[in-house]
Design a protein around this ligand. Structure first.
Ligand SMILES: [Mg+2]
Length: 178
């Protein structure tokens, strides 16, 4: 995983301009919480699908309980006829259990920001990249991965401070780019 991230940072450093590099980790929108996302407006803008992160976006890190705002968000999105696919670096067991609560497709153990799992999620949604938004709490996994496949990207504030040690390191790195 860290080898991969190292390669990725190297590749980003080699992209021609600073502007280009920053655009890869710049979300289209930044919100404090999922409840701030205007699902109706996005639907009018032809968005039909959501690739949704798990840890610290809809559940506290490494937990099964979906946060109440996230629960309402998923419920509203499904009512508006959005398709949702969970995409997480977490285990199949936990991701699968949470996906099952809402009967959602999912891609787990994804190693975001690799492109492949994002492409798998698009396939499961059966939608084109310009119809899909990627929502998550991390610049270097969710936003970078979503931008790499040209989806609309939305960064949300993480639900809790508690997280995987690797994520903590990534956040320190993120601060340098915000
Ligand atoms: Mg996350």
């Amino acid at each position: 995983m860290y080898k991969f991230i190292g390669r990725l940072i190297q590749a980003m450093a080699l992209t021609s301009s600073r502007k280009q590099r920053l655009s890869l980790i710049s979300p289209n929108e930044t919100v404090n919480s999922l409840s701030e996302i205007d699902l109706k407006a996005l639907y009018l803008a032809k968005k039909r699908g959501i690739i949704l992160d798990l840890d610290n976006t809809i559940t506290p890190w490494n937990q099964y309980k979906v946060n109440h705002k996230a629960h309402n968000f998923i419920h509203n999105a499904l009512q508006l006829k959005y398709k949702i696919c969970l995409l997480s670096n977490a285990s199949r067991v936990r991701t699968g259990k949470i996906a099952k609560l809402y009967n959602l497709p999912y891609v787990a153990a994804a190693f975001k920001p690799r492109k492949k799992p994002f492409q798998q999620a698009l396939q499961l949604l059966n939608l084109e990249n310009n119809e899909v938004m990627v929502i998550g709490d991390q610049l270097f996994t969710d936003i970078l991965g979503g931008n790499r496949i040209n989806c609309y990207t939305i960064l949300v504030n993480p639900l809790e401070e508690k997280e995987f040690i690797g994520t903590k390191l990534m956040r320190m790195l993120e601060k340098a780019f915000r």
